[in-house]
Design a protein around this ligand. Structure first.
Ligand code: 13P
Ligand code: ZN
Length: 270
């Protein structure tokens, strides 16, 4: 067996959690990530017949039976993933009953997967149906995006439009817009189900007054979506109290969509 600490999927998780922590998106234990691991990718590093323990999930993930995920632990600090991945991360496989996770590696202090596993797994299910290349679900609390939640209506047309008109690249990066949920209690199956429903239309979903979810075929894509929203939100928040002299107009947004040949939410323009 090869050394798992050298595995690209561990290196990637260490890097991305450090980046997110340094960007201020993941204070304390804020945020969580899950990523589908393809069997070919891990069999050189792990004995897949060795189940360390089983952990009940409290919901059913029938579509994901047999799938393997690397996932951050509940209560774990992103800033610690880099130097102790085996404590702060786990590799789980969804058992045949669809309601239990089989721990294959990690959570070495007896810990378990993020409390947001319902939102992650339900989202994986939906996004995989949209695109079989889908792999990553990322949740975090980026400051400017969150600040915008307090001064812009929690409405997906209004919120998306404000982001699009603030930064030229937004229309290119997320032409499908940003889904928005009202404030809901986190860590529940209900918020998981609501998130997954939004993920049928969007790759980005804001949890009102809490944070954001981004998805993608790889870590860069999920990260890049959130990063682009956060950049626009930052520009919005540092300029919102000043007189607005210039803006990207709806006609210019249409021109961007045409120029970059992207299919966008036309109903989000005026
Ligand atoms: P976990 O520590 O359980 O991952 O929760 C963090 C969080 O951001 C809750 O929404
Ligand atoms: Zn959160």
């Amino acid at each position: 067996m090869k050394d798992i600490f050298e595995a690209p999927f561990i290196v990637r998780m260490r890097k991305v959690t450090q980046n997110m922590y340094r960007l201020g998106w993941d204070e304390r234990n804020g945020g969580n990530i899950s990523c589908i691991l393809d069997e070919d990718e891990i069999k050189e590093y792990l004995d897949l017949n060795n189940v360390i323990r089983t952990i009940p999930m409290g919901f059913e993930a029938k579509d994901l039976i047999g799938k393997i995920f690397i996932v951050t632990g509940t209560g774990k600090y992103f800033q610690n993933v880099g130097f102790d991945p085996e404590d702060n991360l786990g590799i789980i496989r969804i058992a045949k009953d669809g309601t239990t996770a089989e721990l294959l590696w990690g959570f070495k202090d007896g810990g378990k997967f993020t409390s947001e596993l319902p939102a992650h797994l339900m989202t994986h299910s939906v996004r995989l149906k949209k695109d079989p290349r889908h792999h990553v679900v990322m949740h975090c609390h980026p400051s400017y995006t969150l600040a915008m939640n307090y001064c812009v209506e929690l409405d997906e047309k209004i919120f998306t439009h404000k982001l699009w008109e603030t930064c030229t690249e937004c229309m290119v990066v997320f032409p499908d817009g940003v889904g928005v949920l009202p404030w809901m209690l986190c860590g529940t199956n209900e918020i998981g189900e609501a998130t997954a429903k939004k993920m049928e239309e969007f790759r980005l979903v804001i949890w009102g007054l809490h944070g954001i979810y981004g998805t993608g075929n790889d870590m860069d894509e999920a990260f890049g979506l959130i990063e682009t929203v956060e950049k626009a939100a930052q520009l919005y928040m540092i300029s919102a109290h000043l007189p607005r002299i210039n803006t990207i107009t709806d006609d210019q947004l249409r021109e961007i969509a045409k120029g970059f040949n992207v299919k966008y939410r036309e109903d989000f323009l005026n």
